[in-house]
Design a protein around this ligand. Structure first.
Ligand code: NDP
Ligand SMILES: O=C(O)C1=N[C@H](C(=O)O)C[C@H](O)C1
Length: 253
């Protein structure tokens, strides 16, 4: 049984992670952290984020699952290094400095970061290289849609899709278009929509030669991300200090 802590316990994803963990017998949520003034989420005690180091020392989780904001994740990394706790990071929107702080933590504790913990997105990422090989000169465009409370844009997943495309095609992102903006051959339009409570939709299209290829994914519920993050936590508990990705968990099956 892997003991997990949940950073951002009172948030949309934090609550879903705690709920999902409750239905499983390989993980147990033992403590949550949040800046919100809550004592517990479901039956899990919640400690204020200011006291995260003390909370980790008291409840001794193997791994912290983090869905918060970059500033919180970076502060959490220090506490994880101090207490020898592994990190599963779902938070998106890091700048270079934040990302480097997490990489530094992975020299002391196991750190697994993914912009999307759904297995479908992992499959989509793996399909990109093969698809682009068959349509080398088609126009590429990338779109994502999320709920109206999402802070960062484009989504972390869209950035990962873009990076994966760039491993196969030399394209430069153009974020939205306005006015006279004719398309260059080597550009990829990137578009972010925010509306309602859309859980997460991503689509990469490749168009040319009188056809349109669409690689798309939509999440129907946050529980898909929670399930993947918990699979990652159970797997990470047995790993040494290093940097890991969600693909490592899938490859290990
Ligand atoms: N990788 C993946 O598969 C997925 C990633 N995400 C990412 O996860 C992140 C969180 O998303 P979501 O759950 O929707 O966001 P929410 O805003 O619903 O939840 C974040 C929670 O963290 C709390 N919080 C803020 N600052 C701190 C802090 N310093 N310490 C501890 N907790 C803090 C927030 O409190 P308060 O509300 O008071 O600010 C809130 O309760 C986003 O970056 C999102 O993109 C989301 C879904 C899937
Ligand atoms: O904020 C969200 O909700 C989501 N964020 C992640 C992202 O930025 O890609 C993953 C998922 O799409 C939901």
């Amino acid at each position: 049984m892997t003991r997990i802590a949940v950073n951002g316990a009172a948030g949309r994803m934090g609550q879903t992670v705690i709920e999902t963990a409750d239905d499983r017998d390989d993980v147990e949520a033992v403590v949550g952290f949040d800046v919100d003034d809550v004592d517990q989420v479901q039956d899990v005690p919640v400690v204020h984020a200011d006291d995260v180091t003390e909370g980790l020392a008291e409840y001794e989780p193997d791994v912290v699952v983090d869905f918060t904001i970059p500033e919180s994740t970076v502060a959490l990394a220090d506490a994880c290094v101090e207490t020898g706790t592994g990190m599963v990071i779902g938070t998106t929107g890091f700048d270079d400095e934040g990302f480097e702080a997490l990489e530094a933590a992975s020299e002391s504790v196991p750190v697994l970061k993914a912009t999307n913990f759904s297995r479908g997105i992992q499959a989509l990422l793996r399909a990109i290289g093969e698809a682009l090989q068959a349509v080398p000169d088609y126009d590429l465009e990338l779109m994502e849609t999320h709920h109206n409370q999402k802070i960062d844009a484009p989504s972390g997943t869209a950035k990962t899709i873009l990076e994966t495309v760039q491993e196969h095609r030399d394209v430069e992102p153009v974020y939205g278009r306005e006015g006279h903006a004719p398309r260059d051959d080597d550009e990829i339009g990137v578009f972010a929509r925010r509306a309602g409570d859309v859980r997460g939709e991503h689509e990469l299209i490749a168009a040319g030669n009188d056809e349109v290829l669409s690689l798309s994914h939509h999440a129907e519920d946050r529980s898909v991300f929670a399930a993947g993050a918990l699979d990652a936590a159970a797997w990470l508990a047995g790993q040494n200090a290093d940097w890991y990705e969600f693909g490592d968990v899938i490859d290990a099956q």
